[in-house]
Design a protein around this ligand. Sequence first.
Ligand code: COA
Length: 154
Amino acid sequence: MIQIQPLSRHQSLPMDLLLLADPSKEKILAYVQSGSCYVAFHEQDMIGVYVLSSRSQHTVEIMNVAVKESWQGKGIGKQLIHHAIAEAKAAGFHTVEIGTGNSSIHQLALYQKCGFRLTSIDHDFFLKHYDEPIYENGIQCMDMVRLSLAFQAD
Ligand code: COA
């Protein structure tokens, strides 16, 4: 059983978790400041995080989602994404967006299993915006694959 809740003012930012999803501390600090950070707890242990940031009146983006390495593969990531979708719906947004690298096979599978559809590709995004080359699954991460999930707000 896990509990997902907004990060309170008394809790420090789980930078170790956020860095699992994004190698740039600078970028993380920028979008955390303008977004809402949610954390998942198992008892006293913080095991997951996601950040929601509004893009427009109707659209919100999941900027970061990460699960502590020892907890990965147990369905926590899926629960975080479903929680983010529910929060977005409750806040009256119509669309949730998420972006990931062309090399992020696991993430592309997870987001599609949660109902997201592929919408566009931002070619060379990671070559332009990150200093160090990124490799995953033996593939160079070069392009940002953007996905979205649209729903009618209640
Ligand atoms: N093909 C098909 N499905 C796959 C897959 C693959 N190669 N790899 C994983 N999946 C599926 C799982 O089977 C599961 O689906 P199921 O419930 O239908 O079986 C689904 O993906 C979700 O798995 P889950 O256990 O919820 O994921 P997780 O708790 O490990 O969290 C991440 C996923 C990505 C958040 C986690 O691995 C993580 O923190 N990674 C590092 C940070 C990161 O990359 N964040 C995203 C940046 S875009």
